[in-house]
Design a protein around this ligand. Structure first.
Ligand SMILES: Nc1ncnc2c1ncn2[C@@H]1O[C@H](COP(=O)(O)OP(=O)(O)OP(=O)(O)O)[C@@H](O)[C@H]1O
Length: 313
């Protein structure tokens, strides 16, 4: 199962007039993984999703969903996946339980199966307490969880999850992340688009970085971070007057330039520089410099993203 391909995208291109929206993109999504599609506005993510979900035909290339061709077998392809973000179709006058049952029946489940599946999903998405309240009383986070539950009512093998937490507060966002991680444990393959790099970092097994219609990188979040450079030493001093002496200590020990922003000093550690970190700390402390923090970190995904994408699309 691990290496079976759920979505295969091969040399896909799409033009609108003279504008190339998707330019020769290829990637595979394996069954049971969360695959993140990341890119700035206008990069080509929606166009790719529209082609994968049979709403649009590519000009060139081939897309297979669970081994089925999106053009010649589009009907069967449509039974393989579900797309979230359908909350506009939720009936706000009905309860969560009623909505789930209704969508279950619309998805072809019989009365008993629709009932049973609704009850399972209410538990999975932490909606049991409010299952019989009118959806019009729901918070944004509850609505998003109900939307996710509805998209799973027919047990799709693949879920296209378009910006699942846009507009949610941090606590509700974390609850959604837990819900999404549960999906994958149940075997669902997830293709996630997000504008939050932190979200892709938290959730995705692999990420495809898209810019100006091209695939510019595809890897595990940890590997993408390595592309920007190794680990970084990040030092924050308590007082402004300590910045220059600290900078000079680090630069002397490492023999390279330190990046300074306010009271934060950052430098990428080359492979042989780790044994010099304790020397730096000793010298700073011996100079009676007060530190707010002294840490070694991997670069953030934001740093990866900024270093690889080239401005506005
Ligand atoms: N129907 C269309 N007609 C003409 N141009 C289009 C059409 N759809 C998309 N485009 C253009 O193709 C490019 C890719 O757009 P797309 O919507 O796929 O990007 P995106 O990565 O999904 O962006 P966003 O994050 O803003 O949704 C953009 O330059 C966009 O203006």
């Amino acid at each position: 199962m691990e290496n079976e391909v759920a979505i295969s995208v091969k040399n896909i291109s799409k033009k609108f007039g003279q504008h190339v929206a998707v330019n020769d993109i290829s990637f595979d999504v394996k069954k049971g993984e969360i695959f993140g599609l990341l890119g700035p506005n206008g990069a080509g993510k929606s166009t790719l999703i529209n082609m994968m979900t049979t709403l649009m035909q590519p000009d060139q290339g081939e897309i297979m969903i669970n081994g089925l061709n999106i053009i010649s077998q589009s009907r069967q392809v449509r039974s393989q996946f579900s797309v979230t973000g359908q909350s506009a179709t939720i009936d706000k006058e009905l309860s969560a339980r009623e909505n789930l049952f209704l969508f279950g029946r619309l998805n072809g489940l019989n009365h008993d199966s629709a009932h049973q599946r609704s009850e399972e999903l209410l538990v999975d998405f932490d909606l049991v307490q409010s299952a019989d309240h009118s959806v019009s009383t729901f918070s944004g986070g509850m609505l998003r969880r109900l939307d996710l539950a509805i998209s799973l009512i027919g047990n799709p093998s693949i879920l296209f999850l378009d910006e699942p937490t846009t507009g949610l507060d941090p606590r509700t966002r974390t609850q959604m992340w837990v819900a999404i991680q549960k999906l994958v444990k149940n075997g669902t393959t997830v293709l996630l688009t997000t504008q939050y790099l932190e979200e892709a970092d938290q959730l995705a097994d692999r990420i495809a970085l898209i810019d100006h219609g091209r695939l510019i990188a595809e890897d595990k979040p940890s590997e993408l971070k390595k592309l920007v450079g190794g680990l970084q030493l990040k030092v924050t001093v308590e007082q402004n007057e300590s910045v220059i002496p600290t900078q000079s200590i680090i630069e002397k020990v490492l023999g390279k330039t330190v990046n300074v922003e306010n009271r934060n000093l950052t430098v990428i550690l080359d492979n042989n520089a780790f044994n010099k970190v304790s020397e730096i700390l000793d010298k700073i402390l011996a100079s009676k410099i007060m530190l707010s923090s002294f840490k070694i970190e991997a670069p953030s995904l934001d740093e990866v993203f900024l270093s690889m994408t080239v401005g506005k699309n």
